[in-house]
Write a new protein. Sequence first.
Length: 364
Amino acid sequence: MTIRHFAALCLVGALAACSKPEAQPEAPRPVRSVTLGASNGQTAAFHAGDIRARHEARLAFRVGGKVVARLVDVGATVKPGQALARLEDNDTSLDLASRRAKLAAAEADLKQNEADIKRYRELLAQHFISQAEFDRREAALAAARGNQQAALAAAQLGANQQGYTTLTAERAGVVTSIDAEVGQVVSAGQVVARVAESSEREAVIAVAESQLAEVRAARGFVVQVGQLPGQYQGVLRELAPDADSVSRTYTARITLKDADDSVRLGMSARVYPQGEAAAPLSVPLSAVLDENNRHYLWLLDGKAPQVKRVEVKLAKVSSDTAWIASGVRAGQEVVTAGVHLLRDGQTVRRLTHDPAQPVGTQAK
């Protein structure tokens, strides 16, 4: 073997020795968890519903016709009097022109009769005409006045009819639906658009007959909205007196207190009736991660769970329990041990977990 061959073999051996073995995927870290659920005074059962506006106007044209313009889109914010859609107005324009022409003719006839009556009054005073002839002229003047008033009313009606070809918003709000497109022929009274006021929000739920007593007796309601953190307090505003003929349930409307802009129309809602005053959600103190005077929990998500860190506000703390004021909601699963060893997006493995166990009880 030559020196050159020997050097080449040594170089290959050195490179092989320096290469690192392929990294093995990190094994999921085992964790214990707890499900945030109902606490003191709040029943575990909830009613599913959705968020709607306290006031929603169903707008329709007062005349029928063909839609020629759609002036807003769903989700647009509108002002009172703002145009939403427009009908073809050729027929109404012609009708208005005809009515105005008849009004002009009636006014001219009235003016002529008023001039005539002055002359006939002078002729009557000079005994050139009979009283009967003068009475006929006065009757003609009265008829001319009536015709002028009728023509004026008809012209105003025609102007109104033409104005009805533009659909406008009655109040400020958000357009929640448009039910007619350009080219579609709609009838008078057919709902074309819905505009919801952007002030009060309500959770609308369907209540079974067996749950009516619970809803009526509730002192209040806790409402969880979509994926939003925290909860909203609600009060029962309306409970339908009769059941829906198809679902055999009763519609209830729960007004949300202090709903902010993050509560959007159409979001899902879970409504928990309350007996006594509800206590904040609680977790074992070991679940809370403290960093820089801020408090965090690790949420588990998915069947092959990954953890996500979320900031929370604490209502109070005891020797072994923390009560959460905001940041999480009932039904979410949180890690209760080893919170200092986790990182965002890390895959974990539940040791054991019982989704039905109450708040503040660790999985065994």
